[in-house]
Design a protein around this ligand. Structure first.
Ligand SMILES: [Zn+2]
Length: 362
C-alpha cells in the first residue's frame, strides 16, 4: 500500500530528524546558559574525545553516517578553543596517572580516532601536528587486512546508488524501494534498527550479499576508506600517533560468547603489535556503549594487560576514573554538532544526563 509506505517513510525521517534536533536544541540551550553564567563548568580533571572520520563536508542529501564525520576546520577550531581554556593535551595511556596526580587547576584531554580511516592521515594528522597533540588511532584488524566489511558504509553506499534493494536480515528478507532520499533513509533506519542481533556475522553477511547482488563489493569500500597494514605501519611511525586495538571483526563483544570475545581482543592486540613492534597500551570496545561493553569485557581487557580501555559511554573524567581504567568514558565530536559552543556545552557535563543523548549513538 503506497500510502502506508509513505507514512512509514515520513515517520522514520521524523524520528531521525527529531533525535538530532532535540540534542542540538539542548546543546544550544546549555551553551547559552553557560555563556551568561547560569551554568558553571565542573572542574573535571579530563576528557577523552572520540572521532571517526575527519574530512571536508559532504553535500550529499543522503548521508546517514553524518554523525561519524567532522571537518578538519571544526577539529582545528575545537582544539584552539580547548587549549585557550587550559586543557592540556596528553597521551591516552597517561590519562589514569595524570588524573591521580593532577593539581587543582590542571585538566587533561586525549584524542582518539576509531576504525583507522584513511582520512585520519590526510586531514586529521595535519591538524594534530600543527598543535603538537598526541592521539590514538584504534585499528580493527579485519578492516586493516580486508577480511571484514563495514556494514554501515556498505549499506549507505548501496542505498545511495540503487533504486531498489533486497536484504536478508537474519530471518527476515525484505525488498525496499529506494528511489527518493526519504525512501533511502527509511530503508537505512529499518535495516540498521535490526542490527540489534545475536548473530552479527549473519547480519553483516546479509548486507554483504545484498551489496554484491547490486554490483557493489563491500571489501572495495573498506579498501577505499580504511588504511591498509602498510599504511598503518607508516602512520604509527609518526611521533604523535599511537595505535590501539579495536577487535578483529568490530562485533559487539558483549553479545559474543566468551571464547570469541577473548580472541577478538587478543588477536587484535597481536595484530597491532605486528604493525608497530610494541604491544598496544590501549583498546577501544567496538560500539562501546553499555550494551556492547560491560564487566566481562572490562576484565578481559585487563587480563590482556592494557593500561587503558575506552567505551563510548558519554562522560568527563574525574579523579576516581583512574581506578577503572578499563571502562573510561569518552565524549564524541559529532558531525551533526560541529560548533565549538556545542563542545563547550558538552564540557559542562549536563548533556550526558539526557536519555536522548545517551542513546543517540554518540
Ligand atoms: Zn569502531
Amino acid at each position: 500500500m503506497p500510502t502506508r509506505l509513505k507514512l512509514e517513510h515520513i515517520q522514520s525521517m521524523t524520528r531521525r530528524t527529531a533525535k538530532w534536533l532535540a540534542i542540538r536544541g539542548g546543546l544550544e540551550a546549555v551553551a547559552l546558559a553557560a555563556g551568561v553564567g547560569l551554568v558553571r563548568c565542573p572542574k573535571s580533571k579530563g576528557v577523552i574525545f572520540t572521532l571517526h572520520q575527519v574530512r571536508p563536508a559532504s553535500n550529499s542529501r543522503f548521508a546517514p553516517n553524518t554523525h561519524l564525520a567532522v571537518t578538519p576546520e571544526f577539529l582545528d577550531n575545537t582544539i584552539k578553543m580547548l587549549l585557550s581554556q587550559g586543557w592540556t593535551p596528553a597521551r591516552l595511556d597517561d590519562i589514569p596517572r595524570l588524573l591521580e596526580e593532577a593539581g587543582p587547576d590542571e585538566r587533561f584531554m586525549a584524542f582518539t580516532l576509531d576504525d583507522g580511516y584513511r582520512d585520519n592521515l590526510e586531514y586529521a594528522h595535519p591538524v594534530f601536528r600543527k598543535h603538537e597533540i598526541p592521539y590514538t588511532v584504534f585499528v580493527a584488524s579485519g578492516f586493516a587486512d580486508r577480511s571484514r566489511s563495514m556494514w554501515w558504509i556498505t549499506l549507505e553506499e548501496m542505498l545511495a546508488s540503487r533504486d531498489k534493494i533486497t536484504v536478508k536480515m537474519c530471518e527476515e528478507e525484505r525488498t525496499f524501494q529506494t528511489r527518493t532520499t526519504l525512501e533511502k533513509y527509511a530503508a537505512y533506519d529499518y535495516i540498521s534498527d535490526r542490527f540489534d542481533v545475536k548473530d552479527e556475522d549473519m547480519f553483516v553477511a546479509g548486507i554483504d550479499d545484498a551489496a554484491r547482488r547490486a554490483g557493489i563489493e563491500p571489501l572495495d569500500i573498506v579498501d577505499r576508506e580504511i588504511l591498509d597494514e602498510g599504511g598503518l605501519r607508516n602512520f604509527s611511525s609518526e611521533p604523535l600517533v599511537m595505535l590501539g586495538a579495536h577487535s578483529v571483526t568490530h562485533i559487539n563483544l558483549a553479545r559474543a560468547n566468551n571464547t570469541r570475545m577473548k580472541s577478538e581482543i587478543s588477536i587484535s592486540t597481536e595484530h597491532v603489535e605486528s604493525l608497530t613492534g610494541a604491544k598496544p597500551s590501549s583498546f577501544a570496545y567496538p560500539y562501546g556503549n553499555q550494551d556492547a561493553a560491560c564487566k566481562r569485557e572490562f576484565e578481559a581487557a585487563a587480563d590482556v594487560g592494557y593500561a587503558v580501555a575506552v567505551t563510548t559511554r558519554p562522560g568527563l573524567l574525574e579523579r576516581e576514573d583512574a581506578e577503572k581504567p578499563m571502562a573510561l568514558p569518552r565524549v564524541s565530536l559529532n558531525g551533526y554538532h560541529q560548533k565549538t559552543r556545542y563542545v563547550k556545552a558538552l564540557l559542562t557535563g549536563i548533556p550526558f544526563n539526557w536519555a536522548s543523548y545517551r542513546t543517540a549513538g554518540q
